[in-house]
Design a protein around this ligand. Structure first.
Ligand code: A3D
Length: 320
């Protein structure tokens, strides 16, 4: 059987890291696409040359021609501009919306059967626009944010409790922005919910509140440190987890930006929700019940996403 084909649209910091991870994990043959002259070809060759040491079997190529992504099984989209210090994700909207138009049309023309994972910010609006421009089925287009935000939350929790990250299950709902909703009640250490751990004296409510806020600010913390761009190692790892769930039909339960048709009270919008990812793409949205506080936070986040989508419609009339 031929190896799966993975197209990475955008060969910048995340794109290059995605390519390396996909190769090392032998998820399939990789095509890096970018408009920057020589960048995708250079990164593809560099990664291919790591093959003899690493010992992977995967073909690497770089291109600026959409025809070369033909028949891709998975497309991961990072094309566009990343944040610099002082910028919010929403500041990227105008530039990246135009990029989503060309990417959506390229995927529609050459890889219409692919499972598409969008990473470009502002995420929830860009994945919505990418789906609109590509016309692919909603279950085959989703956004990566929840896996990353949850990983950040889990990392901070494991440090606070001094336990292995493998035993922490954390999850974050809502839009990928300042209004995201790290769910304290549904996050656990070995199945023990965080509120119980506060009662048990493992941490204090104040410390937990600070971790929740640090999770919300997790992207900005890295941007502030790097100064020249945004995070890329953990974002790439998170998207690879989703791609692997699809390619291997793992039925993983992962939070991602999925198109909701009534689930969690959301209709006709992409927002971060728990999903099941398998060979059918986003196979199911886990329609969890939220308490009053969680619902208020989630609704606030959904409203922020709605505002961004209205802004997209204002910029590109074909979306209205
Ligand atoms: P960067 O290293 O700048 O790479 C972006 C690449 O896109 C560059 O190589 C550009 O040449 C390329 N590009 C620009 N326009 C086009 C186009 N029309 N077609 C094809 N390629 C194009 O950025 P990065 O890899 O660090 O980040 C990529 C995106 O991911 C940004 O929008 C970030 O804000 C976003 N991001 C999202 C998360 C989430 O959790 C959702 C996390 C981190 C970064």
């Amino acid at each position: 059987m031929a190896r799966p084909k993975i197209a990475l649209i955008g060969a910048g910091n995340i794109g290059g890291t995605l390519a390396h991870l996909a190769a090392v994990k032998e998820l399939g043959d990789v095509v890096l696409f970018d408009i920057a002259d020589g960048l995708p070809q250079g990164k593809a060759l560099d990664i291919a040359e790591s093959g003899p040491s690493e010992g992977f079997d995967a073909a690497m190529s770089g291109t600026s021609d959409y025809a070369d992504i033909a028949g891709a099984d998975v497309c991961i989209v990072t094309a566009g501009v990343a944040r610099k210090p002082g910028m919010s994700r929403d500041d990227l909207l105008g530039i990246n919306l135009k990029v989503m138009k060309s990417v959506g049309e390229g995927i529609a023309a050459h890889a219409p059967d692919a499972f598409v994972i969008c990473i470009t910010n502002p995420l929830d609006a860009m994945v919505w626009a990418l789906r609109e421009f590509s016309g692919l089925p909603h279950n085959k287009v989703c956004g990566m944010a929840g896996v990353l935000d949850s990983a950040r939350f889990a990392h901070f929790l494991s440090e606070e409790f001094n336990v292995s990250m493998r035993d922490v299950t954390a999850f974050v709902l809502g839009g990928h922005g300042d209004t995201m909703v790290p769910s304290v009640r549904y996050s656990t250490v070995a199945g023990i919910p965080l509120p119980d751990l506060v009662e048990m004296g493992w941490t204090t409510q104040d410390k937990l509140d600070a971790i929740v806020q640090r999770t919300r600010d997790g992207g900005a913390e890295i941007v502030g440190l790097l100064k020249t761009g945004s995070a890329y190692y953990a974002p790439a790892t998170s998207a690879i987890e989703m791609a692997e769930a699809y390619l291997k039909d793992q039925k993983r339960v992962l939070p991602c930006a999925a198109y909701c048709s009534g689930e969690l009270g959301v209709d006709g919008l992409y927002v971060g929700v728990p999903t099941v990812i398998g060979a059918g793409g986003v196979e199911r949205i886990v329609d969890i019940k939220l308490n009053e506080d969680e619902q208020a936070g989630f609704d606030n986040s959904v409203n922020a996403v709605k505002g961004l989508i209205e802004a997209c419609k204002g910029i590109d009339s074909s979306l209205a």
